[in-house]
Design a protein around this ligand. Structure first.
Ligand code: TXA
Ligand code: MG
Length: 387
């Protein structure tokens, strides 16, 4: 069904290539040095994409590795993904070991076009078509009955597959070049904060992946909305920047049900169905920075200081992430200001959490967010980071 490029479960035969079966390259590169060293502590090669020539070369290199059954970390508009050929079970297995991801957590399949999306699923209902017309390419993942072509490891053995057509031009170009869909979770060690730039990926997985593509700062900044279309009405499993009201407006005849906040298992949804977690992104603790994170409001800096000491921390241990009441003292570990605007906030928040980790903040205080639908997905991530 994916005729152009057959899923490759073994490395290609070396045709004058190197000992790992990769095609020969004209000049030895840092990647080749990496392969020769075979050193698990080696740092990944990072390729830039900011000129047409660099973009093209990076697409070629990424596709070459992906065809050979290797992993590539690459940009999407939501967060960076750790990609493998979705039709190659052995390649996808490498994702689980690189991330330390539990086998019960299914992986989203990324496509470049509606035809490829339809080939990954056993059923393409009218609602999927309407939603795809409204939101694809973009930060929406639709959960649908899986096609038998999608290996068990991708769906964690479950009957459904999450499919997304991302809008970032780099991943689109790589998928088109490969001719097969890409399985890709966020490119971070399991349960840590998702990466929104290439440096974050190198920090978390630089010794686990050969190639990281630098496609700039992720434009959306938090992970896609995950919508289950196998139930009526469709149900949001993970909120994202495309919120329930927008989804419902695109399929007015059905509406959309949103899982209430809190543990999975609410809303009559069993945590496990056929042994598969419905959406581990709903687990209470997820997306965590190293420091202790709290979301709270403060009238002024004095009240903020009082709260920090009530948590038994010093100001010099605390990273403050504010949008409205911004502390001015010089004794804070770090003060970050993100605009009071949901889209800007989503774009920036993970980078700030990574920064907090970097400077060794032990307490991260995020100024409370407005309680409106545009902020809901950000609030959801912070709640899980704080759990
Ligand atoms: O924006 C995104 O979705 C990013 C970029 C790379 O596309 N990917 C991402 O993947 O966040 P990951 O694996 O970190 O999170 C995917 C979430 C998980 O909570 C997973 O359980 C859920 O989607 N998921 C994937 N397939 C599913 C399925 N068949 N049924 C229910 N949930 C699924
Ligand atoms: Mg993730």
């Amino acid at each position: 069904m994916f005729p152009e490029r057959v899923a490759r479960t073994t490395l290609p035969k070396a045709r004058g290539g190197d000992s790992k079966g990769l095609p020969r390259r004209k000049k030895s590169s840092r990647l080749d040095a990496y392969l020769n060293r075979n050193n698990s502590k080696a740092t990944a090669e990072i390729l830039s994409t900011h000129t047409a020539a660099l973009f093209k070369a990076a697409v070629q290199r990424a596709a070459e590795l992906l065809r050979a059954g290797e992993l590539v970390a690459l940009p999407t508009e939501t967060v960076y993904g750790l990609a493998a050929n979705a039709l190659d079970a052995r390649a996808v297995a490498k994702i689980f070991s690189a991330k330390g991801r539990p086998a019960h957590n299914p992986i989203i399949v990324h496509v470049a076009g509606l035809d490829m999306a339809r080939r990954c699923v056993a059923d393409w209902p009218a609602t999927a078509e309407q939603l795809a017309q409204a939101f694809w390419p973009g930060p929406l993942t639709m959960v649908l009955p899986r096609s038998p072509e999608v290996p068990d490891i991708v769906t964690a053995g479950g009957p459904t597959v999450g499919v997304r057509w991302p809008s970032h031009p780099f991943i689109q170009a790589v998928i088109r070049e490969c001719g097969f869909p890409l399985a890709a979770p966020s490119a971070n060690p399991a349960n840590r904060v998702s990466p929104t730039n290439a440096g974050h990926v190198r920090q978390g997985l630089g010794d686990k992946v050969r190639l990281i593509i630098d496609g700039g700062q992720s434009q959306v900044g938090i992970e896609s909305t995950v919508l289950d279309l196998t139930v009526t009405p469709p149900r949001v499993l993970r909120p994202g920047m495309i919120h329930a009201e927008s989804l419902a407006a695109a399929i007015p005849e059905f509406g959309v049900r949103v899982l209430p906040d809190g543990s999975p298992g609410e809303c009559g949804v069993k945590e496990k169905e056929e042994g598969v977690l419905r959406s581990p992104g709903r687990l209470p603790r997820h997306y965590s920075p190293k420091g202790k994170l709290k979301v709270l409001s403060w009238r002024d800096e004095a009240e903020l200081r009082a709260q920090v000491s009530s948590f038994k921390f010093q100001t010099g241990q605390a990273h403050i992430i504010a949008h409205t009441v911004i502390p001015a003292g010089l004794d804070w570990k770090r003060v970050s200001v993100i605009p009071h605007d949901a889209e800007a906030f989503a774009r920036a928040i993970y980078a700030e959490l990574h920064q907090g980790d970097e400077v060794g903040a032990e307490l991260i205080l995020v100024e409370a967010l407005p309680d409106t639908s545009e902020w809901q997905a950000i609030a959801d991530r912070l709640k899980r980071a704080a759990a």
